[in-house]
Design a binder for this molecule. Structure first.
Ligand SMILES: Cc1ncc(COP(=O)(O)O)c(C=O)c1O
Length: 386
């Protein structure tokens, strides 16, 4: 089986499991306990926090551990919202459901949720910037690298515009951080969310990057023991944090402007695969060809007559042929439904259930490309004949 679904979850990077085992062995106690066992756990936790902070060019207090990106996003948006009176929150129309869901929950407490339209490549339409950042906008959340179609958003332009208007901006950097870590000191955003399991760390752990200016006003999602500077109560997952630190330690940090250009090695591999696949006229690239996550390919699939192929059906056939990929269309209660991201991009209605995503990781080597192509075509023929 060849795993091409890094954007869903990546396997653990080298040394991550070992560090987790050692941490469990040596730092198994409650980090809030005052005895020696507790101190060992607390030291391990803070060592990991400092390592992550150093890798992100941040201060250790900036790092708040959560159970993953979903919780981090909710803490960012609800935490900010609770610190001011309701107004308008602007999110892009291609957010992960964790962001759109968190924003729409805010509408119950009087917030107006406005979705920033995107073009056909999935990039927010910058000509609407002045209009969307005008009052009553009080908060913006913009995904950095879109997970389904791979488009990288013009985050820095939007963030600079927010800064100059005093509007706090949160970014969902969950897919970007597997490729490069941004320098937190240089990034003009207020809050940033990510999950370790996209980066070769364990599932069930993520973080929210914060700024001192917001920490005192940010409201926690729930109350309890007041861990994580009062922002996230509950006994810390010392082992998972250690695993996340070991994974992030293997990803390079770069200035935010270079982030979209990072991952050249994997981008070369992805481009080679893309060029071979696109020789088949039944496949069309989806998302931005230039501003895209370096490990990501999104394709719309049809037969030779232009009749759409079910993305979910194709994923099953590819699985049977030894390729693990994912489909873009949403699945609710087991029913196939249109991808909201493709709807927002204006993809023709007939093709909105025909996308698949291929995402690579460091375990894929160039010599595997022929095998991947062979299996892909076998799976596609199977899907067309079923
Ligand atoms: C862009 C993006 N944001 C948020 C999430 C949610 O991450 P998690 O399920 O780890 O909370 C994902 C997961 O696929 C994602 O791709």
């Amino acid at each position: 089986m060849i795993y091409l679904d890094a954007c869903a979850t990546a396997p653990l990077r080298p040394g991550v499991l070992q560090r987790m085992i050692e941490t469990q062995d040596q730092a198994w106690a409650n980090p809030s306990s005052l005895h020696g066992f507790g101190l060992k756990a607390s030291e391990s936790l803070e060592r990991a926090r400092s390592q992550i902070a150093a890798n992100l060019c941040a201060d250790h207090q900036d790092v708040v551990f959560t159970s993953g990106a979903t919780e981090s996003i909710h803490l960012a948006l609800h935490g900010l919202a609770a610190s001011c009176s309701p107004g308008r929150i602007v999110i892009s129309s291609v957010e992960h459901p964790a962001v759109s869901g968190a924003a729409h929950l805010l509408s119950m407490s009087g917030w107006d949720v406005t979705e920033w339209p995107v073009d056909q490549l999935g990039r927010v339409r910058l000509e609407l910037l002045d209009q969307l950042l005008a009052p009553p906008t009080k908060m913006v959340s913009l995904v950095w690298g879109q997970g389904e179609v791979g488009t990288i958003q013009p985050l820095l332009s939007v963030a600079d515009a927010c800064r100059s208007r005093g509007i706090p901006i949160h970014t969902d950097a969950t897919q970007v951080m597997s490729q490069a870590l941004p320098s937190w000191k240089q990034l003009p955003v207020d809050l940033l969310s990510c999950s370790a399991h996209k980066c070769g760390g364990p599932r069930g752990i993520g973080l929210l990057m914060t700024r001192e200016s917001h920490r005192s006003t940010l409201e926690p999602l729930f109350s309890g023991g007041g861990q994580e500077g009062g922002l996230r109560s509950g006994t810390e997952s010392v082992v998972l944090v250690a695993g996340m630190a070991a994974a992030l330690d293997q990803i390079e940090c770069c200035p935010p402007v270079d982030l979209a250009r990072s991952g050249q090695g994997i981008a070369d591999l992805r481009d080679a695969l893309r060029d071979q696949l696109l020789r088949d006229e039944r496949l069309t690239l989806c998302g931005d060809p230039k501003n895209r996550l370096p490990h990501h390919l999104s394709l719309l699939v049809s037969d030779y007559n232009g009749k759409p192929v079910s993305g979910r059906g194709l994923v099953r056939c590819l699985d049977a042929c030894g390729l693990a990929v994912s489909s873009g269309s949403a699945c609710s209660s087991g029913k196939d439904s249109d991808s909201p991201v493709l709807v927002a991009m204006g993809t023709p209605v007939t093709m909105r259930r025909s996308s698949i995503r291929i995402s690579l990781g460091p375990w894929i080597e160039h010599k595997l490309l022929d095998e991947i192509l062979q299996r892909f075509h076998a799976g596609l023929e199977q899907a067309l004949s079923s």
